[in-house]
Design a protein around this ligand. Structure first.
Ligand SMILES: *Cc1c(COP(=O)(O)O)cnc(C)c1O
Length: 428
């Protein structure tokens, strides 16, 4: 007989505290073990929308947009639309005075539908198809970021462009999301920049500036300072310097939010110093946060379908979150909707799909008595979830539900079987 069997209270655990910086500000633990976000209890949303569903806290997205603008008042803050290409989100951020990065005709269509001002849209992409460029020119997007010599010929004279530079700075993140080093597919090497500038001028395009993007989930400010040093070190007088995105978001307990104030101070100092040293005017800074604006504003709620030794299987999976399979991304999970004082154990939350890699949250602490029918909430699902979702196993993608001060607005509805079969042209 174990001590816990003799004295059950020894094994009983209090509810774990909320890891505040992972969840939207104002997330509250309610008395019945429910969680309230944006003034709305999650159990109520589960009853209304079914599971899985993805929640997005509008207040949190707007607050983060304001925090970026406040930290960098003279910079242009450009939302990396690929992280959450949703018309309503584009509209909120347009209202907050941000600009928008798109990297396909599809993302541009969403921006257009949201009425995003064309002069604040930047077209990106290491491959821009003829359709992408045509869509950008017809909407009149303000700036296009050149990634190769081949793109130059496709643009019309007068178009404002930035040249994407690979500054050779290693941001020390996952290889799949490291984009600033040589020997990968993005942009022009530092040596090739003078030739790119020459060809831009020859084609009658207007050089708006230089761009670089170092990778994703960057926690270390010094890599941005190093990028400033190298790009400004080219000695080219430019209107704008775009340092890209990649500002880290915390996903699991113990990870810290990105030091935005430190970034602002140090990058400004580096920019001032390097420009003086190279005798060029200080360009206007642009940054392109995606994840840091939206990741922590999102939460996905699943229902437990089955419990097996060491595993808890839920009704979603890699179709709504492929990031663990793609990048080994880590998540945490929390029981929602009832209290449990059962001892907590390490388990892995897995999905419903027919793949061994269909994992949602590896090695998380959950109570022993979690059972089929319980709700689990996974925080930090606002970035690259909706964007990367698929129909694997012909599972419809979950809805995206906006909450704001107690008001619920469905931003994207759940995908139905009819949606899924619409493109299948089998004759009846
Ligand atoms: C993906 C991307 C971003 C945004 O990256 P986050 O990690 O979401 O901040 C910004 N700029 C470019 C060019 C990108 O490709």
């Amino acid at each position: 007989m174990t001590l816990v069997e003799l004295l059950p209270s020894v094994g009983a655990c209090a509810e774990p505290p909320l890891e505040k910086h992972l969840w939207p500000a104002g997330t509250k633990l309610l008395p019945q073990g429910d969680l309230e976000i944006g003034g709305v209890p999650l159990t109520r949303l589960a009853a209304r929308f079914g599971t899985p569903f993805q929640l997005l806290d509008e207040t949190e997205v707007r607050a983060r947009a304001r925090a970026f603008r406040h930290a960098l008042p003279e910079a242009e803050v450009v939302f990396a639309g690929k992280s959450l290409p949703c018309g309503s989100v584009f509209r909120w951020l347009a209202e907050e005075g941000l600009s928008l990065d798109v990297c396909s005709a599809g993302e541009l269509a969403a921006a257009r539908k949201a009425g995003f001002p064309a002069d604040r849209i930047v077209l990106h992409g290491n491959v821009k198809t003829a359709e992408d460029i045509k869509a950008a020119l017809s909407y009149g997007v303000g700036r296009i970021v050149l990634d190769s010599f081949d793109e130059i010929a496709q643009l019309v004279p007068g178009q404002r462009v930035l040249i994407r530079v690979t500054p050779g700075v290693d941001a020390h993140t996952h290889p799949a999301i490291t984009t600033g080093v040589e020997g990968q597919k993005f942009g022009f090497s530092l040596d090739a920049v003078p030739e790119a500038v020459r060809r831009v001028e020859e084609a009658g395009l207007r050089l708006a500036g230089l761009h670089c993007h170092l990778g994703s989930q960057i926690t270390c400010v010094s890599v941005y300072e190093e990028a400033v040093r190298r790009v400004i070190g080219l000695g080219l007088p430019i209107e704008q310097l775009d340092l890209g995105g990649g500002f880290a978001a915390p996903y699991v307990p113990g990870e810290q939010p990105f030091d935005l104030t430190g970034f602002a101070n140090r990058v400004h100092a580096a920019l001032g110093y390097e420009c003086e040293h190279n005798r060029i005017p200080v360009p206007r800074l642009m940054i392109e946060p995606g994840r840091a604006l939206v990741a922590n504003a999102g939460v996905t709620v699943y229902r437990v379908a089955a419990v097996k030794p060491g595993f808890i299987a839920v009704d979603g999976g890699m179709s709504d979150n492929p990031r663990p399979a793609l990048y080994g991304a880590r998540y945490t999970a929390r029981l929602v909707g009832r209290h449990s004082r059962a001892p907590r154990h390490t388990v892995t939350v897995v999905g419903r799909h027919c793949e061994a890699g269909d994992v949602l949250a590896r090695d998380v602490q959950l109570p022993d008595d979690v059972r089929a029918g319980d709700l689990l909430a996974v925080p930090v699902t606002g970035a690259y979830h909706y964007a990367l979702a698929s129909n694997y196993n012909l599972v419809g993608r979950p809805p995206l539900v906006g909450v704001c001060d107690g008001i619920v607005r469905e931003l994207v509805r759940r995908e139905t079987e009819e949606d899924l079969l619409r493109r299948d042209l089998m004759p009846a």
